[in-house]
Write a protein that binds this ligand. Structure first.
Ligand SMILES: [Zn+2]
Ligand SMILES: [Zn+2]
Length: 413
């Protein structure tokens, strides 16, 4: 009797436990399925909302663009004379794009033009101004198949002809008929057909437009560095802590070179260190800078590569004094027209020094520059140290002339 009761209790208990266990498993499965379904719905919903927002925004922007007769744009009239004016909104001719500027970056070349009032090859006033930009396509001219309204793009400041002696030899930077485009400091910019066809690139979704706008100067920096024929582990001295000096420095550091930055201003020291300089030499004395730089190399032999990124004759001469026997000098900084330099021919000849100079960029290098920005190792945010509205452009350039610690300012229309 007792045995039967005990058995019944035992069986009853195990039945109850089995029921509880099955129940729990069923509830857990249900919760899991429910959760997955909710996640799925959320994900799809979010993607649909985002895509609707994107399309809606592109449509609104296009509508705004089409509805407008004038836009605000910076016009360069001459020396230190920029005026923000209302000018007709551009219309895309066949092959052209109209891009709503998301960000335009200030540049040393623009500063030079602001100071001098013109640029022999790039700009003759009165003219639209500014050349580093990224934005959103609002109109595509007839025959444009690669881009459509809503696309985020970076449009380079020039494009080669593709047919001349130099273009055929992969030296498109030296093209006899290099076409330049200006007008980035504006609400909209027209992109000429040749630049649309050869030098306009889609910006990956995760790259902010103001970072993508760095493609042009970075292409110049990458070109200058690669032209210096570097090897990993080389010691590279870079003269000049301006935006391009710092960019070459960063590119060289990312490529595994030991970089010595030669700078003059306090604000440039920290920037150079953050961007990867192993050593920073800060002095306004050229003689001292040469001594200090050579002292950083074994037996004072000098650096493997010296890149001049200032554009004054003293710095060109200084660069030659920094390199070791068999080293390479790159005269990267362009001096004022008619500048002459004096170089020690004995040193160049008997020390077997290679002298190079690098100008501008090619379409292939521009693509590599954007890849570098999108890749994540390049610290794009470090180069954009300020933001300003189009209306503040004069003040921004005045500040840049006074050698502020700003590297680049993003002008947002
Ligand atoms: Zn530039
Ligand atoms: Zn050409």
């Amino acid at each position: 009797m007792r045995g039967t009761v005990k058995g019944a209790i035992k069986r009853g208990r195990s039945t109850v436990e089995t029921v509880i266990e099955h129940g729990r498993a069923t509830v857990e499965t249900a919760i899991e399925h429910g959760r997955a379904t909710v996640d799925d719905v959320l994900h799809h919903g979010r993607a649909s909302v985002e895509s609707a927002l994107h399309h809606g925004r592109a449509t609104v922007e296009t509508a705004i663009y089409h509805g407008r007769a004038t836009m605000q744009a910076a016009i360069l009239h001459g020396r230190e004379d920029i005026r923000i004016e209302h000018v007709p909104v551009p219309e895309a001719a066949p092959g052209e794009l109209i891009v709503e500027v998301g960000a335009a970056l200030t540049c040393g070349t623009d500063l030079k033009v602001f100071r001098r009032g013109y640029h022999a090859r790039m700009i003759v006033p009165p003219a639209l101004f500014g050349h580093e930009l990224a934005g959103t396509v609002v109109q595509a001219g007839a025959g444009v198949t690669n881009f459509r309204p809503g696309d985020r793009v970076v449009a380079l400041n020039s494009a080669p002809c593709g047919q001349c002696y130099f273009c055929e030899r992969n030296q498109e930077n030296l093209c006899d008929d290099l076409l330049f485009n200006n007008g980035a400091y504006a609400e909209y910019i027209r992109i000429p057909a040749r630049i649309v066809a050869k030098n306009t690139l889609l910006v990956p979704d995760h790259v902010p437009l103001e970072h993508a706008a760095l493609t042009e100067p970075l292409a110049c920096a990458v070109h200058g560095f690669e032209d210096s024929r570097p090897h990993p582990g080389d010691t590279v001295a870079i003269i000049g802590g301006g935006p391009l000096g710092l960019m070459i420095l960063h590119v060289a550091a990312l490529a595994g070179c030991e970089v010595i930055a030669l700078v003059k201003h306090d604000g440039q020291v920290e920037a150079a260190k953050q961007l990867g300089a192993a050593h920073v030499v800060q002095t306004s004395s050229i003689r001292k800078a040469i001594q200090m730089t050579r002292a950083l190399t074994p037996k004072n032999r000098g650096v493997d590569i010296a890149i001049e990124a200032v554009g004054v004759p003293e710095a060109w001469q200084e660069a030659v004094e920094l390199v070791r026997k068999g080293g390479t000098v790159n005269f990267f900084g362009g001096c004022a027209v008619d500048t002459l330099v004096t170089l020690d021919t004995n040193k160049i000849h008997y020390s077997d020094i290679t002298l190079r100079a690098t100008f501008h960029h090619t379409p292939a290098i521009c693509r590599r520059a954007l890849e570098l920005i999108a890749g994540g190792r390049f610290q794009a945010d470090k180069f954009i140290t300020g933001h300003a509205h189009l209306y503040e452009l004069n003040r921004v350039f005045e500040k840049l002339m006074n050698r502020s610690s700003e590297i680049k300012t993003a002008i947002v229309p």
